[in-house]
Design a binder for this molecule. Structure first.
Ligand code: ZN
Length: 476
């Protein structure tokens, strides 16, 4: 068995001004097997499975970037050209297994995964099986379901089953090859937008819907049954929720019935999705945190969430904390490369005047003028950082976007987290690490590129009507 494996993963936010160039991708080729960044995740599940089977693996290209704005056209074309060239060089191969996010957006291509599959079909024909593993927040298109032979999707959010989802995709491809299966994907679109913060997988109704999909898979004629929830911070003509059921062509009718049953069940509970974390407007969240007997309180500044592609450079939450005269609060992080540079030049112990945060978020919002005392400078993950004291609030500023997913990253900057009863972090639903750290979790519903109040977003391309923006939306 000779299989080509590739990964292209980016969750693209079309509301942020920042584009995603090639340099922002973490790239691996043959060396992928030595890198835990890849081997513990989606692509690693695929590669590990085939390695166990002693398959002849062609590792083509593995590219993943932190969620941000549209991918530059040249970057996307360069990546898919590399993958196609490497498969062509290794040709013939028996099958292709892909680790994709599913919600990419390229400057001039609104369905990059569909486009990529089309290119693969153009070069390698319709006879070669292609199986894709996807993020739960994929925006699946008709092109994708007609060009792929099978799909597997994460079943957890926060995503802790990336590796297993990759393994399931690899196992499916192995079966298709060894049993010479002729497969199809039955798909149903539901006209609905849903934020990840309302659909965590350990909370109903999402928990029960996933359990139902897994139950349907027990029927041997169903190869895979999943929900993809889409990504509401991309304004796409393909927006919506999808049911995707993979099956042998001879069981197409059964797959159709399963997909309709899954869609129907989802639609029945559409009004039961609500924030799985306590959620409030910013000021109220901060006031509740101050009076909370349970400490530490960790608040997600959800409108500026870098893991859903926001720019992470807004100082709106900080301005409000200063206005409320909060003390002993830690705020992480604000991206401002110029401010980090100024602090490094001034040195630890100095006091500097800064214009902090994005120059203009929306008309009328200026960067925040602050006087900052420099407590420390160093690295936050792979990024230059400074720790500042601003009116009694400790603020971490970074020169590039960074996930705020692990309290240990703050400790590495010399910050003693036990000193802070309140943490305000740039995050949507908290990572498992911060969930474990927090005595109480909250979402602050703030403005930004990942505004959780979807009904206030000015969608232009998203098909209407769509629930819950249009409450009377009907289906089927
Ligand atoms: Zn996701």
């Amino acid at each position: 068995m000779k299989v080509a494996v590739a990964s292209l993963m980016h969750e693209t936010n079309t509301f942020t001004e920042h584009k995603t160039p090639y340099e922002h991708f973490f790239i691996a080729e043959e060396q992928v097997f030595e890198d835990p960044f890849w081997m513990e995740k989606l692509a690693g599940g695929i590669l590990s499975y085939f390695r166990q089977q002693n398959a002849d693996i062609i590792p083509t290209l593995f590219a993943r970037a932190i969620p941000s704005g549209p991918i530059e056209q040249d970057a996307f074309q360069k990546m898919i050209r590399t993958i196609i060239d490497k498969i062509r060089y290794a040709w013939p191969v028996d099958g292709i297994c892909l680790a994709l996010h599913g919600s990419m957006y390229v400057e001039t291509i609104d369905d990059p995964e569909g486009y990529f599959l089309k290119q693969l079909r153009k070069h390698f024909g319709c006879g070669i099986p292609i199986i894709c593993a996807l993020d739960m927040h994929a925006t699946v298109t008709s092109e994708m379901t007609s060009l792929a032979d099978g799909l597997t999707v994460y079943r957890t959010a926060p995503h802790i089953d990336e590796f297993e989802t990759g393994e399931r995709a690899a196992r499916l491809l192995h079966r298709v090859l060894s049993e010479k299966l002729d497969t199809i994907i039955e798909s149903v679109r539901l006209p609905m937008l849903l934020a990840g913060e309302q659909s965590e997988s350990d909370t109903p109704p999402m928990r029960d819907l996933i359990a139902y999909a897994i139950q349907l898979e027990k029927d041997k004629s169903i190869l895979a049954a999943d929900y993809t929830l889409g990504f509401p911070w991309a304004d796409s003509a393909h927006n919506g929720i999808r049911v995707v059921v993979s099956a042998e062509r001879k069981h197409q009718q059964k797959a159709r019935e399963a997909a309709m049953a899954m869609a129907d069940r989802f639609w029945q509970v559409r009004d039961q999705f609500s924030f799985t974390t306590e959620a409030h407007p910013l000021t109220q969240a901060l006031l509740l945190a101050m009076s909370s007997p349970a400490k530490p309180v960790v608040i997600g500044d959800s409108g500026d969430n870098p893991t859903a592609g926001a720019s992470e450079d807004l100082s709106i939450a900080l301005a409000e904390m200063i206005r409320l005269k909060m003390r002993n609060v830690l705020h992480a992080v604000i991206v401002d490369a110029g401010a980090v540079q100024t602090c490094r030049e001034a040195g630890i112990g100095a006091t500097v005047d800064l214009q902090l945060g994005r120059a203009v978020y929306e008309s009328g919002v200026e960067p925040l003028a602050v006087q900052a005392h420099i407590i420390n400078t160093g690295q936050y993950e792979q990024t230059d950082a400074a720790v500042l004291a601003i009116e009694g609030i400790t603020v971490v500023v970074t020169s590039r976007k960074a996930r705020v997913h692990d309290p240990a990253n703050l400790a590495s900057l010399g910050i003693d987290l036990s000193q802070y009863p309140i943490l305000v972090i740039k995050s949507g639903y908290l990572s498992p690490e911060y969930q474990a750290f927090a005595a109480r979790q909250m979402l602050a519903l703030t403005p930004g590129d990942t505004n959780e109040l979807l009904e206030t977003i000015a969608y232009k391309k998203t098909p209407r009507p769509i629930y819950p923006i249009d409450p009377d939306t009907s289906w089927p």
